[in-house]
Design a protein around this ligand. Structure first.
Ligand code: KG4
Ligand code: ZN
Length: 345
């Protein structure tokens, strides 16, 4: 018998995304983004995102079914992002997924967006990497996690105390007038710059910080330092600023990730979330993990940023682990903690 088919819906931010998997095989991954509608505001506008989800939902589901070459009746389970995210945006996905599950009389898995980012690894590897340290870096979150069981046990080791890493990329790109979202623009510009040219601060890395907050991050001081530099200096190359800023983020993220591996005795690191698409983060992670004897996994760049495949992947892992489905009347939760892998009440 072939593995069950799971359809996953993601609408936590500005992507209306539908993924379909059969077991660990990806059958479809369709993404309709409203990013261009937000670009002129320099960030995601919740009302615009919700409206765009409503318009895109049905065509995105239809396209995913077409790409997977299946019909609605072939779906065995539905998975949906229940949080964290923008509540109005989440509710559109939750409404669509609940309707599908009810209409098809199939179970629904209301899953955590952050756990889903990590789960996407299952689509490219047959062996699940657990236990592992996971560095989760997105536009809204930056955390270091210990994942003992992706469907059952995630422990938070640390998190950002202010801005998320992706948020820092977006804010600095805005100051530098590079457009929104800022991560890909800074990544591209930094390739032609000198990462050693400006020494920007690495927060929470003093010996006292290593004692008291070893696995926490802070990026707002870095953001201010870059903004001050840009204000005070007239003769600079934009590419050098981008490269030096990016280097400061990458350096701290990996220093802390590898410290978490060492402290926990876990020799694997998984990097997930939109910022994991960053080419410099990927390259430096590779080099430092080889040196430290740590196994590294980072999803393909297209699976790092928000998508529906990751939601379907987590749903599928839950089905095969025999996890309980969610009640049909579950609530979306804009601040769902990463330790709640699926909503059970
Ligand atoms: O995971 P994601 O798609 O959405 C959230 O859950 O937040 O992450 C989006 C974030 C944005 O801040 C974006 O600028 C950042 O990921 N990002 C990048 C790159 N691609 C996306 N940051 C740095 N370098 C990139 N190549
Ligand atoms: Zn995300």
């Amino acid at each position: 018998m072939s593995a069950p088919i799971v359809l996953g819906i993601e609408t936590s931010c500005d992507e209306t995304a539908v993924g379909i998997v059969r077991g660990r095989s990806l059958l479809a991954n369709v993404i309709a983004s409203s990013v261009e509608e937000h670009a002129r505001f320099g960030g995601v506008v919740p009302e615009i995102a919700s409206r765009a989800h409503l318009e895109a939902m049905q065509p995105t589901i239809k396209q995913a079914l077409k790409d997977a070459n299946i019909s609605l009746s072939d779906i065995d389970s539905v998975a949906v992002t229940a949080g964290p995210g923008l509540v109005g945006a989440l509710l559109v996905g939750v409404g669509a997924a609940t309707g599908l599950a009810l209409g098809l009389d199939k179970p629904i898995f209301a899953v955590n967006h952050l756990a889903a980012h990590i789960s996407v690894d299952a689509l490219t590897h047959t062996e699940t990497l657990t236990p592992t340290i996971a560095l989760l870096v997105s536009g809204g979150h930056s955390s270091l996690l210990q994942v003992d069981d992706i469907t059952g046990s995630i422990t938070k080791l640390g998190a950002t105390m202010d801005d998320a890493a992706g948020e820092a990329f977006d804010k600095i790109a805005r100051v530098m007038r590079l457009g929104f979202p800022g991560g890909p623009a800074i990544d591209a510009l930094a390739k032609t710059g000198d990462a050693e040219s400006i020494s920007f601060p690495r927060a929470l890395t003093t010996s006292n910080d290593w004692q008291t907050r070893p696995f926490d991050f802070s990026f707002s001081g870095l953001k201010t330092a870059v903004a001050r530099y840009l204000e005070a200096t007239t003769d600079y190359a934009k590419a050098n600023v981008a490269a030096s800023f990016q280097e400061a983020i990458v350096d701290v993220l990996l220093l802390k990730s590898l410290a978490a591996c060492k402290a926990s005795g876990i020799d694997s690191l998984l990097i997930a979330g939109g910022v994991a698409a960053n080419s410099r983060l990927r390259a430096v992670a590779e080099a430092r993990c080889v040196k430290a004897g740590v196994r590294l996994r980072i999803p393909a760049p297209g699976l790092c940023t928000d998508n529906g495949a990751m939601v379907a992947a987590l749903g599928s892992l839950m089905v095969s682990a025999g996890c309980a489905a969610s009640p049909i009347a579950f609530d979306a939760d804009s601040s769902l903690p990463v330790t709640t892998i699926s909503v059970q009440d």
